[in-house]
Structures are given as C-alpha cells and as structure tokens.
Design a protein around this ligand. Structure first.
Ligand SMILES: Cc1cc2nc3c(=O)[nH]c(=O)nc-3n(C[C@H](O)[C@H](O)[C@H](O)COP(=O)(O)OP(=O)(O)OC[C@H]3O[C@@H](n4cnc5c(N)ncnc54)[C@H](O)[C@@H]3O)c2cc1C
Length: 342
C-alpha cells in the first residue's frame, strides 16, 4: 500500500474525543498503514508544528482549539502470529478499537483479556496508560510493543520491562511521550480460558446472575454490564472515564487519614502502601452530582467528570482544579488527573 498523508485543515475533533468537546485542529492526519507511519516520520510535517497523537480520544480533554497537527493512528488488523503450547501470540494494529479487539480474541478462543472488556479507546493507546480494570492490567497480557521513533524513523520492539508499566502509567506517559508512535502491539494470550475473579465486585456480579463457572463471553459481558451501571456511556454523556487517579500513600499517611475518616474506602497494595478511593474523597467534599459551568461530577460515581452540554476544556479544568483544591484542603492529598489535558 502506498502512503496517503492528506492533511485535513481546520478539522473538528468533536467526534474524536469522548468528552464531546468541540475543538478544532489546525491539521489532522490519519495513519491507515505502516507506510503512512513511515512516510509521516520521514516528512517534515511533525518538525514544522507541534503535534499530538490521538487514538480514540477517551483519555484526553482539549483545553482549547489545537494549533498543531493531530496524528490519528487508524491502521486496522488482528492476527495470530505464533502458537507455543497453550500460548497464543496475537498482534493487533494500533488503530483497532480496543473493545472490538477483546471481542475478536474471545470469538477466536484467545483468552486473557475478558476483564478488560468494553474499555473505550484503541489498541495503540492501551500500553500508554497501561489500561486496567477489574483486577487486570494491559501489562499482564502485553508481550511486546512496536514503535517508530518520530525523530529518526527507526523502528524497534520494546518489551514489557522496557515500558516500565505501573498503575495507569508507562514510559510513554513520561520520557517517551511524543517520542514514539506505537503502530502495533503483540499480546500473549492463552487458548485455555481461566477466569480471573480476583476482583470481588466482579465475582459478586457473576453470583448475582447465577453464574458459577463463567465462559469467557459471560465474563466479558458481565464486565460490560457492571461498567454500564457505573460509568456514563460516551455515546450519551461525554466523559473521559475516571478523571483522577486513586492516590497511593504509605502506612503513616493512611493511618492519619483513617483516624479522622474511619470509613474511607481503601485497598492495601503491598509494601505497607494503600490505595485510597479518590471518588470517596470527592464525594465526601460534597461534589457528587454538582456542576461548575457546563462540566459536572457524575451522580453515580464521583471519580468521573462529565459534559453537561456544550462543555469546554476550560469548564473541565475549572471543575478539576476546584475538586483538587477541596480534596487537598480536607485530606492533605493532591489528586492527580488520569485524563490528559491537551
Ligand atoms: C467511559 C470511559 C471508561 C473508561 N474506563 C477505563 C478503565 O476502566 N480503565 C482504564 O485504564 N481506562 C479507562 N478509560 C480511559 C481510556 O479508555 C483509556 O485510557 C484508553 O486507553 C485511551 O485510549 P484512546 O485510544 O482513546 O487514547 P487517547 O485518549 O486518544 O490518548 C491517550 C494517550 O495515548 C497516546 N496515544 C494514543 N495512541 C497512541 C499511539 N498509537 N502511539 C503513541 N501514543 C498514543 C496519546 O497521545 C495520549 O497521550 C475510560 C474512558 C472512558 C471515556
């Protein structure tokens, strides 16, 4: 396939961000094949203006119109590339929709992604923040990630260790930000289905449905249903999912907060460290269901900020800042945004 690098100008991003913010990009280029990636990095396009790599736009908030070039990976394709005993190595291109990829794997008998079903966004973005849900993270199933260095055009594979994955974190959010384009990811899955029911709420949801030994499809569908009951559907209500990270604190900080707020929701995460539920703290500050400008705090889950209609990036910033200030004043902790302001 030969490269097609048509740059659309003054391009609306309304359908390219789940918050539904009506931002305009000065330039917008889609990458539909590996040739497009290579042609882009060999051209001067990304040297002349600032650029931002935009997958499904489900973890970003556009603060304003974007004066640079938005690069949109849209290359599709999923293939089984290797089978070693019960291990299935499946390669997926960056532009695949993550939720479709998970379904495709289940339909083909490649297991391990069920708990990560129905997360919005693309395959290429999954390693960036190490997407996680219901006791599983992308790092548990990623085998390697293929990159194209923007500055040099050099192609390379990186391992899970190279990516330095953490809670909603990887090197792609740090020193590798804007340095590489991810064009494809290889996942190490299994041809035998072993359900991961370590997350209590998921196990309870299955029990409530009378399912004792779920199939992969039943598990993924239950994950989808539980998610729908807690999170806004991006097709109906704009959001970026969980807006803030749950702070992780040491035992001393945890004990101080716990002595003042005995019912704070928290989870031990090893090494005398505790993850505190940011949603609980935000709710405790009285923000659940409240609005500021056209941005609001979701009434079913205070960790989620939503578009109340005609919301701008500034509305979201103002609301996020007000919440961060209140939580800091009350709990002495500075919440970090999980969503990225562009
Ligand atoms: C309703 C809702 C629920 C959500 N639930 C969860 C959840 O359960 N768990 C979770 O972890 N997240 C969740 N999210 C957040 C979001 O789905 C993930 O962060 C997702 O991986 C973002 O994918 P995206 O393609 O939309 O990336 P974008 O939002 O477009 O981009 C995210 C980051 O990745 C970079 N990026 C994207 N593609 C590439 C690429 N090909 N190469 C290099 N960099 C790239 C971007 O530059 C940006 O920094 C949720 C969001 C919503 C709206």
């Amino acid at each position: 396939m030969s490269a097609d690098l048509t740059i659309k100008t003054n391009y609306s991003l309304l359908n390219y961000n789940t918050f539904g913010i009506d931002a305009i990009a000065a330039g917008f280029v889609q990458l539909k094949s590996l040739d497009d990636y290579i042609a882009l990095v060999k051209s001067d396009i990304l040297r002349e203006k600032p650029f931002f790599i935009l997958g499904g736009g489900s973890n970003v908030v556009f603060s304003d119109h974007y004066e640079g070039i938005v690069v949109h990976p849209a290359n599709k394709g999923i293939r089984l590339i290797e089978k070693q005993n019960d291990r299935c190595f499946v390669e997926a291109n960056a532009g695949e929709v993550w939720a479709d990829f998970v379904n495709h794997c289940i339909d083909n008998g490649w297991y391990g992604l069920e708990n990560l079903a129905a997360i919005p966004g693309t395959v290429g973005a999954a390693p960036v923040q190490n997407v996680g849900a219901y006791g599983k993270e992308a790092k548990d199933v990623i085998s390697r990630v293929h990159l194209i260095e923007i500055e040099t055009g050099e192609e390379r594979w990186v391992s899970v260790e190279d990516c330095e994955f953490g809670y909603r974190w990887s090197r792609f959010k740090g020193e590798w930000s804007n340095r590489y384009l991810i064009d494809r990811v290889v996942f190490a899955l299994r041809d035998e289905f072993v359900p991961d029911l370590s997350y209590k709420a998921l196990a309870s949801a299955l029990t409530e449905r009378g399912i004792e030994k779920p199939t992969a499809r039943q598990l993924a569908d239950t994950v989808g249903e539980v998610r729908d009951s807690k999170l806004p559907n991006p097709k109906k209500t704009g959001s970026a999912g969980s807006f803030f990270k749950n702070p992780v604190v040491n035992d001393a900080v945890y004990q101080t907060i716990k002595s003042k707020y005995p019912d704070i929701v928290s989870f031990p995460v090893g090494d005398d460290r505790f993850k505190l539920a940011a949603g609980w703290m935000i709710e405790h500050c009285g923000w659940k269901g409240r609005n500021l400008g056209n941005a609001g705090v979701y009434e079913k889950q205070a960790l989620v900020l939503v578009n109340r209609g005609g919301c701008t990036g500034r509305d979201v910033r103002n609301l996020a800042d007000a919440i961060i200030a209140d939580v800091q004043a009350r709990f002495g902790l500075k919440l970090e945004c999980e969503a990225i302001f562009v």
